[in-house]
Design a protein around this ligand. Structure first.
Ligand code: SAH
Ligand code: SF4
Length: 430
């Protein structure tokens, strides 16, 4: 979502005549887009900003300026403290007000360098004020839903991104069309709780994610559709059926479970059990046998015992994952879990994370090894670092490095897999 927001800010700044540069030395303005989800991500911004303070001072000495803007959830969550810790920042804004950047820049000029902060949750969503979307390549993100009302006990999202909001279907289809017309073939529909998206179809009837996906699939040029991140208990039969019935829906699903212990899931305020999760997975695999499953895990949640953790390991062994993201629990200020007794010591968190990741990496490697020698349809999206090679994705969202010349960029081509590892495949045009 932050990548999407950053690209939308670039689109917005282009309307004022700005262009993106590759080096800070060329920049008149630098925007930092921040993440508050875990402490590590959150703290990063202060060290990053520290690096740019001298550059700003140097510009001042030359009679010029470097405008420093900080956007995103760290600002939203910590606005006042943020400005105290980073007083040389010119503009600070939250994730729901970045459409106001042009106006804030004008105010900055008028106020002759007084700092500006904007962390409102506006009544009219920012999407109404953003310029037409433009593809940056063949793969694009499209935010369809934002915010969250679920209040998992460890999570800052409901506080930083605000209440759940679904963009209207017509607006999403229009943005998807703009992206298709400017070169997008592969579309990732985004939302903090993407399968909670709801709206009205063209005929005014209630519509869920499966109807939206159907509408997007009708757009010429869009060849691959994925959506992230889904919440298990918002998953419906219709969404399972779309994996079977709509060829453009790719066989990949990111469905975070967080823990394999029902006791911990309850404390996390996750509203499903492991059995319910496994039932959804079984139905999905029946509807779409080739589906690749990915998940998120948190280890070391308050009160997690060795037994709870072993239950997570057992769940992973039973379900098996093609990809995953796993994290040590990070206490976030203001969330209920941060105030829970029995916080788990860091070294136990580290130990559990290492064990879990070793198992998951083994599963990812075994999953990928099953594709050795097979031919897969790969969308070639980018140049690789190594000359003469391109990067792409399989329908199952595996990364592939392919020996191919640049003329194949942007095409979906058959690739024979010649080597596999836990996070990448190597292949050659077949
Ligand atoms: N809405 C999605 C997840 C969004 S946050 C869902 O409910 O599944 C992305 C991931 O960050 C989460 O799945 C979780 O695994 C991780 N995460 C969120 N808060 C965290 C915290 N306080 N400590 C550690 N990991 C956290
Ligand atoms: Fe955070 Fe996801 Fe829970 Fe919402 S559903 S509170 S985004 S973890």
């Amino acid at each position: 979502m932050n990548v999407y927001d950053s690209l939308r800010m670039v689109d917005l700044m282009r309307t004022l005549g700005f262009e993106q540069t590759d080096t800070p030395d060329d920049a008149d303005m630098i925007i930092f887009n921040t993440c508050h989800i875990r402490e590590k991500a959150s703290e990063k911004i202060f060290s990053e900003l520290g690096r740019f303070k001298p550059l700003k001072e140097q510009r001042k000495k030359q009679g010029k300026d470097l405008i420093l803007v900080v956007a995103g959830c760290v600002v939203q969550a910590e606005s006042a403290e943020f400005m105290n810790r980073a007083g040389f920042v010119d503009i600070a804004l939250g994730p729901q007000t970045y459409h106001r950047l042009p106006e804030l820049l004008r105010r900055l000029e008028q106020k002759r360098k007084q700092r500006i902060i904007d962390v409102e949750f506006p009544a009219v969503a920012k999407f109404d004020f953003l310029p037409a979307a433009k593809s940056n390549g063949v793969s694009s993100f499209l935010a369809i839903q934002e915010g969250c009302d679920r209040f998992c006990s460890y999570c800052v999202v409901p506080y930083t991104r605000g209440a759940e909001y679904s963009r209207p279907l017509n607006e999403i289809v229009e943005e998807a069309r703009q992206l298709a017309e400017t070169g997008t073939k592969d579309l990732m529909l985004l939302g903090q709780n993407v399968n909670a998206w709801h709206g009205e179809g063209k005929d005014g009837t209630p519509s869920d994610l499966s109807r939206l996906v159907k509408a997007v699939a009708e757009i010429d040029g869009i060849e691959r559709i994925r959506y992230v991140t889904s919440y298990p208990s918002d998953f419906t039969k219709e969404m399972i059926a779309m994996h079977r019935d709509i060829p453009k829906v790719m066989p990949y699903l990111h469905l975070p479970i967080q823990s394999g212990s029902d006791r911990i899931l309850k404390k996390m305020n996750r509203r499903y059990t492991c059995a319910e999760y496994e039932e959804i997975v079984a139905c999905l695999r029946e509807a779409c046998p080739e589906i690749a499953l990915s998940s998120d895990f948190i280890v070391g949640f308050p009160e997690e015992t060795d037994d709870d953790f072993e239950q997570t390991m057992d769940l992973v062994r039973r379900v098996t994952f093609a990809q995953s993201y796993s994290f040590k629990y990070s206490a976030r200020p203001g969330t209920p879990a941060a105030a829970m007794k029995d916080q788990i010591p860091e070294e136990i968190k580290t130990e559990r994370l290492e064990k879990l990741q070793a198992l998951l990496i083994e599963q990812h490697a075994a999953y990928n090894a099953g594709f050795l020698g097979k031919t897969m349809h790969v969308l070639l999206e980018d140049k690789a670092k190594k000359a003469g090679y391109l990067l792409g994705h399989t329908p199952q969202m595996q990364n592939v490095v392919v020996k191919a010349s640049e003329e194949f960029l942007g095409q979906i081509v058959p690739v024979r897999i010649t080597k596999t590892a836990a996070t990448t495949l190597d292949g050659e045009l077949s």
